[in-house]
Design a protein. Structure first.
Length: 421
């Protein structure tokens, strides 16, 4: 909190410095330069010259008198005290008002529109890992809850603040309160896969490590938004392992390992889980042969003999939309059921290009064993180009669809020809 305040003050000083320097120059600089000794010396020299010209007859007495009067007038002007002009004071007052108003307005707007308590809460939560007593921590969590719940309806509250409160409640083993905070955070950002996976994890804990029902629904939503979300994949693997579907558990955990940081505790936990999944596969009839086939090198992937071939084809981008393609855009190709849940049966994610892109969707890309292409006679194949890299449709994405086709279709052509409004 102290560092945040110091940085904020430093930025405010930098913003006000041009105005401060302008006011300082305006106050220190006189409105009219005073008379100098040099100017008066020059006038004295001119008077001596006039007297010499009068003495040698170059000037008449009348001309000398007139020139003397002019010199006297100029001496009075040069020697007169300088008076400040009237507009200077109003300019100075306006500058001082601005100097006071700018920081006051900045602090006021941040207090109204921002979330200043979030910085303090985060710092206090970090310090709570030290020598803070349980009573102090409970008091801090209660204060944080009151602050968030007492926000006026029109005042914005950030989802991270509710997420922070949920984690604080969970650390105190107040899981019901943590779930309420997660729900409030999801109301603000319903398509946040991190929040969906965290709440699913919490609910499965409340259900005795069971992901049946609402936890699995949240996991499926998270995977629909981000098919490679590590925690959602890990939870899906745990659910599959719990129902003794060791092959599915291994598939989910292998996909999660691809996104895990090597050597991290999460990656180490996945390795232990994969060992358990392989042990479960080996205990089943034909499991040893399956594991041996997985370990043997494969020359090249090909359609599964005697299995479901899935749907294959090509995605093309309409010429009228090619100018909208930007470097770094991502192409998602989905297969969905014609009726029922819109959760993808298979997902392919590749870099978007102007040229045609070949695709193959089959059961190996299923997100859950219960949602596979082979379980449906017809599917709808959709293609979407996302600039944000999100599987969920967003305004400005480019998309195209096949309509209902056989789930074993080959040489399917998908044309991306529309823009998501």
């Amino acid at each position: 909190m102290t560092l945040f305040i110091a940085l904020a003050l430093a930025l405010m000083v930098l913003a006000l410095w041009p105005l401060v320097s302008t006011v300082w120059r305006a106050r220190s600089k006189p409105d009219q330069p005073p008379a100098t000794q040099v100017n008066l010396a020059l006038l004295r020299e001119q008077r001596a010259r006039l007297e010499a010209e009068l003495a040698d007859g170059s000037l008449s007495h009348d001309e000398y008198t007139q020139a003397q009067n002019e010199l006297a007038r100029r001496v009075l002007l040069e020697s007169a005290p300088v008076e400040r002009n009237g507009p200077a004071a109003p300019r100075s007052v306006s500058a001082v008002v601005l100097l006071l108003a700018v920081p006051v307005l900045a602090v006021g707007l941040y207090a109204y529109l921002g979330e200043p308590d979030a910085v303090r809460y985060e710092a206090e939560l970090a310090r709570s890992q030290g020598d803070v007593s349980n009573e102090d921590l409970d008091a801090m969590v209660r204060q944080m809850t009151q602050q968030l719940e007492s926000k006026p309806p029109g005042q914005a509250v950030d989802a991270p603040a509710w997420e922070m409160l949920a984690r604080a409640h969970a650390s105190r083993q107040r899981y019901a309160d943590a779930d309420k905070a997660y729900q409030r955070a999801l109301e603000l950002t319903p398509d946040n896969p991190n929040l969906l996976a965290d709440r699913a994890d919490l609910l499965s804990l409340l259900q005795g490590q069971s992901a049946d029902g609402e936890p699995m629904r949240l996991v499926n939503r998270a995977l629909a938004i981000d098919p490679g979300h590590p925690k959602a994949l890990a939870l899906a693997g745990s659910a599959a392992y719990g129902r003794q579907d060791f092959v599915a558990a291994q598939t989910f955990w292998q996909r999660a390992r691809l996104r895990a940081e090597p050597g991290s505790p999460f990656a180490q936990g996945l390795e232990s889980s994969l060992e358990a999944a392989r042990a479960g596969i080996a205990s089943q009839p034909g499991g040893a042969a399956r594991l041996a086939a997985q370990a043997s090198p494969k020359a090249e992937p090909s359609p599964v003999a005697g299995g479901h071939p899935g749907v294959r084809g090509q995605v093309t981008l309409s010429p009228g939309l090619q100018a909208k393609l930007a470097p770094g855009d991502t192409l998602f190709v989905f297969a969905r059921a014609v009726q029922g849940p819109r959760m993808p049966l298979a997902v392919l994610r590749v870099p978007a290009t102007v040229g045609p892109v070949a695709f193959a969707l089959d059961d190996s890309q299923a997100m859950t064993p219960e949602h596979r292409i082979s379980l449906h006679e017809q599917v709808v194949v959709e293609a979407r180009i996302s600039r944000a890299g999100q599987a969920m449709a967003q305004s400005g994405d480019l998309q195209g669809s096949s309509g209902p086709v056989a789930s074993n279709s080959a040489q399917l052509q998908i044309n991306i020809d529309s823009v998501v409004p």
